[in-house]
Write a protein of this length. Structure first.
Length: 254
């Protein structure tokens, strides 16, 4: 993916990784449209970063996705990059039958059905472009589970295989499929994560992602060095040790 000259829609980019990546891509000369649920955050992004467009979008609501996609395509017919950033991460206790199901269902709706519906809303348009990019966002926890977040882990594993499968189906078209695989990053995704010494500083993460995008155009998975501990555990043959190390830590890992 060339890192400049695109029109890019990033749902879920009013904070955290999404906003930081949106700003980095905007700095490189791309036209950015940020999507999010909270109007006050969208207004703040627009006020603080002139030139970035916004649209209200709730990725857990299919009607909202349909409305937002129509607005984005009507106002930005040259759209050629979709980054499905929106997601949630919540702890669950499956030993308490009354305590986990609603959280699990909400996580699936947001983290899995949300990206599926977003891609469905834009794929016809993307296929009509000379070249386009769909970037999904999985996690190091797609490959090694964190005990506290079973459904989050499962949704990110599903996003990984969805990305792999779409790449196969869209081969031969003008649409490339990239998968961003973050490690734990200092954001507010989970309580305590923004100040965790074990999490990667947000600016360092985004800088490394931009370097990969610019200098490794062949990369289908965008993996910063820090996520390799999780991503390649099975291939290295130390998967049980990595599971034990991850779950023996107090880190609310992404």
């Amino acid at each position: 993916m060339n890192i400049t000259g695109h029109t890019i829609f990033i749902p879920g980019a009013t904070s955290g990784i999404g906003l930081a990546l949106a700003l980095a891509l905007h700095h490189e000369g791309n036209r950015i449209i940020v999507g999010g649920r909270r109007t006050e955050l969208l207004e703040r992004v627009a006020a603080e970063h002139p030139g970035i467009a916004t649209v209200r979008l709730d990725t857990a609501d299919p009607d909202s996705i349909d409305t937002a996609s129509r607005i984005v395509l009507a106002e930005h017919p040259d759209l050629d990059v979709l980054i499905t950033m929106a997601g949630i991460m919540r702890a669950e206790d499956w030993t308490d039958p009354a305590g986990f199901l609603s959280t699990a269902e909400t996580t699936v709706t947001t983290n899995l059905l949300g990206p599926i519906r977003l891609i469905a809303a834009f794929v016809e348009h993307m296929l009509a472009q000379e070249s386009a990019t769909i970037m999904t966002v999985s996690s190091g926890l797609a490959f090694v589970p964190l005990r506290a977040t079973p459904t989050y882990n499962a949704t990110k594993a599903a996003i990984h295989l969805l990305s792999e499968s779409l790449r196969l189906q869209l081969a031969g078209t003008g649409v490339e499929v990239l998968e961003l695989v973050p490690p734990a990053v200092r954001t507010d995704l989970m309580p305590g994560q923004a100040t965790s010494a074990a999490a990667m500083p947000l600016a360092e993460f985004v800088d490394e992602v931009m370097e990969i995008l610019e200098n490794r155009p062949e990369a289908a998975e965008i993996q910063v060095q820090q996520v390799g501990f999780l991503r390649h555990a099975e291939a290295r043959g130390d998967y049980p040790q990595v599971v034990a190390a991850l779950n023996g830590s107090d880190l609310p890992s992404l």
